[in-house]
Design a protein. Structure first.
Length: 162
């Protein structure tokens, strides 16, 4: 508020994106950081199924299976990423958490135009990190499939993580 009682409206343009980079097999993927609620070891989370953390239950999300890869459950770097949009909560098992990164929005590129089908709803874009291509996963896809999976009891491309 100014001295004359008027409000000054300012807009801030967010120039960077914060992403949690994770690894499934050889593939590096990123989850937008605003959905990350925590990262647990398999011992803290339990080997498979639902995870309850701070009073919230996170349903198992087989993201590795949906991405067409398998998890090396013997990997000592394996983690469980608790991910949420505020209404749907998912526990995503990953082989490794590479780290939280902040990248310039200009460095986040959309998928090339030859991708024309459902993959456009899975992947919101790409970026580079440590000389690797990182797929930026769509939070809606990461958690959106969860309702269908839990509701129907069917898990496409299931990968055993027990």
């Amino acid at each position: 508020m100014s001295l004359r009682g008027h409000h000054k409206v300012t807009t801030a343009v967010v120039q960077t994106a914060r992403l949690l980079v994770v690894r499934f097999g050889k593939q590096w993927s990123a989850l937008p950081s605003q959905g990350v609620r925590g990262v647990l070891t398999p011992q803290e989370a339990g080997r498979a199924g639902r995870v309850t953390f701070v009073g919230v239950t996170y349903e198992d999300v087989d993201l590795a299976g949906r991405l067409g890869t398998t998890l090396d459950i013997s990997n000592p770097d394996m983690r469980v990423v608790l991910y949420s949009n505020g209404q749907t909560h998912g526990a995503v098992r990953v082989e490794e958490v590479i780290g939280m990164i902040e990248v310039e929005r200009a460095e986040c590129r959309p998928l090339p135009s030859h991708f024309q089908k459902e993959e456009r709803t899975w992947i919101s874009g790409t970026t580079g990190y440590r000389d690797r291509l990182v797929l930026i996963l769509s939070p809606e896809w990461v958690l959106g499939e969860l309702g269908e999976v839990v509701g129907s009891g069917v898990r496409p491309h299931a990968v055993s993580v027990s």
